[in-house]
Design a protein around this ligand. Sequence first.
Ligand code: AMP
Ligand code: GLY
Length: 419
Amino acid sequence: MKVLVLGSGAREHAICWSLVNSPLITKLICAPGNPGIKEEAECKDLNINNNEDIISLALKEEIDLVIPGPEVPLVNGIIDELHKVNIKAFGPSKEASQLEGSKKFTKEICKIANIPTAKYGFFTNKEEAINYIQNNDIPIVIKADGLAAGKGVVIAESKEEAILAIENSFEGAFGAAGKTIIIEEYLEGIEASYFALCDGKTAIPLTNAQDHKRVGDGDTGPNTGGMGAFSPTPNLSDDDNEYILNNIIKPTLLTMHEKGTPFQGILYAGLMLTSKGPKLIEYNVRFGDPECQVILARMKSNLFEAILAAVDHTLDNFHVRFYDEVSLTVVMASKGYPGKYNNGSIIDGVAETNNIENIKVFHAGTKIGPDQKLVSNGGRVLSVTANAKSMEEARKIAYNAIENIKWPEGFYRKDIGQK
Ligand code: AMP
Ligand code: GLY
C-alpha cells in the first residue's frame, strides 16, 4: 500500500519511523515532512491546511491510505474529502473532530454519556458570563470555544482576573474562537493523558502518558505545546486505566455512534486526577506531541496493522502490545519559544546522538541550511527519546545523550520525568 502521512513535527517523525518497516507498505510519503523524516519517508512539499492540495497530491501519488498527524486537517474535514475520492483515511470525520474543535460539543457528549468532567457554563454574552463569575468560586477557568492552539485558557485566581479574561475574549484576544466562552470549575490534581485507538464502535487502550506543558523547570512560565513527556505515567494505576476506559472512553464512543457521528482514529483524553477520581478536561482527536514519541517508542505491535484495523472497523479482534519499559522524551526548543525566536542556527551532533543505544532523536522544526548543515526552523526543534527499564534510567540515558547535541541557541527542561 502507498501511505501518505501529513505533518512536519516530531510526532509525524515518530509515526513515519514506526511505519517504515511495515511489510504492507510499498511506499511511504510524508508531506511536508522535515530532514529527520526524510530518512524514513519521501518528503513532498504541501500546505496541509488546504484540503484541495492534499487531495490533489494523494491522487497524483496514487495513495491508498492517508494518516494526518495534527488536528487542523481533521477539523477541516480532510477525512470526508478523502472518502469522496475513495481514498482510505485514518482519523475522525469533520463532525466527529468536534470532540477537539468544539468544547461545547464535548461537554454535550459528557452530559449525555454521564462522563465525569468539570462543572461549566457557556456564554456568548459578556454580562451573563460576568454574572456567572460573581456566583461561583475562584480559582475559575475561562476558555475560548474552538481551536485556539492551546492559548485560549485562563486560570483566574481572582474574580477581577476572571472578568478581565472575559472582556479580553469578547474583544477578540483569542480570535473568532473567543466569541463563545466556557467558564469551568477549577479541577485540582495531577494531569495525565490517556490514548485509545477507535474504529467507530470499538476502543482499545493505547497506553497513557504525561507531558510537561510549561516552558520552565518546576512547571514555571507560559504554556507550550509540550516540553517533554513520558509513558507510562506512574500516576495512573491499573484501576484508573480501567475506570478511564469504561467510564470515559467507551461511553464517548457509544454516544458518538448513537448520534450518527462515529469516531474512528486516536482519541486522546486530557485528564485531571482529582481526589474524586479521574475527570475529563478535554479531548483531542489525534496523537499528542510529544506524547506520540513516547507511546510509539514503547509499542511492540505493528502500528500500521493497528491503523488498518481501525480504518477497516475490525478492532474487536485486535490487541495492541507495549514493551514493559519506560519511554521518556526531552524536547529541545529555540531560545525564546513559546515567544519570539530566531530560525537558522546550526545544530551539530544529532547523527552521533542517534547512534547511542536506546536513543532516538525525532526532528520537528529543522531544515537543511545553505551549506548542507542542519539548522533550526521552528519553536520545538528536536525530541530526544530514550527507552529503559525504569523512569530513572530513561531520564539518565536521555539527559546524557542530549549533551552530545551542540546547539547554543537551543534550550531544554532539566526536570522531565521528575514530577
Ligand atoms: P485545555 O486547552 O482545555 O487542554 O486546557 C489547557 C490546560 O489548562 C490544561 O492542560 C490544564 O492544565 C489547564 N486546565 C484546563 N481546564 C482546567 C480545569 N477545569 N481545571 C484546572 N486546570 C484546567
Ligand atoms: N502535548 C499536548 C498536545 O499534543 O496537545
